[in-house]
Write a protein that binds this ligand. Sequence first.
Ligand code: NAD
Ligand code: WQD
Length: 348
Amino acid sequence: MYDIVITGGAGYIGSHTALLLLDKGYNVHIIDSLINGFYESIRSIQNIHKNKKLENKLFFYKCDLRNKELLRKVLKSIQKNGSNNIDALIHFAGLKSVNQSINEPIKYWNNNVLGSVNLFEIMSEFNCENIIFSSSATVYGDNNFRKIKESDELRPINPYGFTKLAVENCLNNIFHSPLNNWGVIVLRYFNPAGAHPSGLIGENYKGKPSNLFPFICQVAEGTLEKITVFGNDWETLDGTCVRDYIHIMDLAEGHLSAIEYLLKNEKQFLTINLGTSEGVSVLNFIYQFQETNNVRIRYEFGDRREGDSAFSVADSSKALKILGWRAKRTLSDICKDGWKRQKMIAKL
Ligand code: NAD
Ligand code: WQD
């Protein structure tokens, strides 16, 4: 039985990936400081998993990656609880708010970069040399309305993006060192949205959401009155920004494919976009949500948001070619599953 460590597994993407890996028979060891994650998510995963009566197990370790001593102890416990070998690690843990990173860059460099470097150091001590890293489309520069390829220019425009690129570069250096034997897959996500179809896990937030989809959900539910669409004078078909929204379970499956690839193939350094390759405007998204769920979303047009770009859509052909993965779910699935989750949260 393979043992997979997931840092940041109490968060949005990590919790969905953990559930999928458990379903596929992996032992899953989650490390999370809970700074933005929720123990509730771990309990939900445990409950869903328990009902399936599989033999593999889920373990949780509360630890901040910047605490090296504790991290060392955690990896020792993981070896003891698992099959004495850590087969691979998926590194989700990090802070992800673009706005917060502009106001608090030191916090972002400290958490995202220092935390990652500590992790890599301790991984080395334990001969854990297979890693998948959560990077972001934010590392790319302006794309001139073309779908973005992995080989496109990297030119982040905010501290969050710079920390992601710094960690990518650090992993690249580690991979190229003759003294190491690491396998690295960097996954650059576009815009994850939606929830597990059961609605039992989804995106939880501390505070008011800033991303489009959770905002739409809260307007639909009535927690928020209306959504401001940031600009209707962009150079797009309907004047609103275009993004590549990917269902969270498609994203989780992308990680499963990456793990399988990493465990079966010779050590490599790979960078892969995870997106749908389909562009959706803000207005398209609002209309689709209304149609799928038969609810009304109040919106108004406001000014452009600083730092936004008109168009950000993945060219995901490399993921298909190398990992055999492609996103299967529709925008309507995102709306349906996310809304189900939102209604469940409202009942809690
Ligand atoms: P999230 O905030 O829901 O989850 C991140 C988890 O990491 C949280 O549970 C948090 O408590 C934990 N964490 C943060 N710093 C930690 C530390 N120093 N030590 C231990 N745990 C720590 O975010 P998410 O949406 O699940 O994103 C996961 C990863 O994917 C992040 O690295 C993010 O940058 C990246 N990413 C996210 C998106 C997105 O839109 N959600 C897009 C591209 C990339
Ligand atoms: C989507 C679109 C907004 C809110 C961010 C990060 C990126 C990645 C994913 C981590 C944009 C518009 C939004 C609102 C709106 N995260 N919008 N009104 O900015 O594409 O990407 O999340 O890596 O790094 O930058 O996502 O959901 O904030 O915005 O009109 O109230 O919705 O202008 O066009 P974004 P988003």
